[in-house]
Write a protein that binds this ligand. Sequence first.
Ligand SMILES: [Zn+2]
Length: 344
Amino acid sequence: MAFYSSCYHFITTFSNDTVKKMIKNIYYKLKPIIPRWLQIILRRIIIDLNKDKYKDIWPIYNKASRAPERWTGWPNNKQFALILTHDVETKRGEERCLDLMNLEKEFGFRSAYFFVPEKSKNYLPIHNKLKRNEFEVGIHGLLHDGKLFQSKNIFQKRAVHINHFISKWEAVGFRSPAMHHNLAWMHDLNILYDASTFDVDPFEPQPDGVGTIFPFIVNDGLLAKSYVELPYTLPQDFTLFILMRQKNIDIWKRKLDWIAENGGMALVITHPDYMNIEGSKLSVDEYPAGYYLDFLSYIKDRYENQYWDALPKEIAQFWAGKMKNTLDDKNRTFLNKINKSFPG
Ligand SMILES: [Zn+2]
């Protein structure tokens, strides 16, 4: 803590906006060689320095509530849609998947788990159990090394391997590590949907939010290829509980209530890697699983029968079928405009 305070004090006293931006850039360049504990301290400083600047757009960006043109609502007149997803990045995360699945089942929820193909070695029994219980398995990058979108050449080479795993795992959905994204390049993936964007999240390495709490269709301009984009709309667990050190789920509740009020899609990402299910002493990058379970109880208690509890592939199928021809140029221009208006 003393180290954190000195760094924070030094930066706030001696730096202006340009220096702060420079510090952020240097951090992401050096990240691969910085130890995990120091990464977390530095990211906490970056967030604390910038939090105030974003208070009018995060966690709620009011303009993101605008429904698409000709939108007629969710199936069975449900008020909003709910999607639970998890990114699994380490052995620790992998070992917790099935326990977490069982906890979700107890609450009556299903969810999707995204695995890193080249890192996930013992996936088969886990995938089988998830699928047998009607949970979904998706693809989370290829190596999780931060380089997937470094150049078009790298992306295209890796896309071949990713497509191999998409077919081997019978997956239809993709999420990029660190939410790096280039929606135009992603047409090279054989996917029904991508989930690598967010309505608003200025604390991400690539902070360009898509400015909507609804899915949207991404086509290649020639209308030859398209996929559904599912932005996450609730802040990630890592941001809230590890970086911002929140000790409750108030921000999740506030955002969920706002999404429900506006009839949008509540899409949540959590990581079993950081979710301490065992109740053992928390390490620097863990938070108690109780926070997530509190959130599930909150949804059930407050909104029982009012939401469509869907897997991402079900929402994507629904959206592709219903909205394919209704996302007109006007809406796309709106999304582009929103992208440009976001501070970097
Ligand atoms: Zn990840």
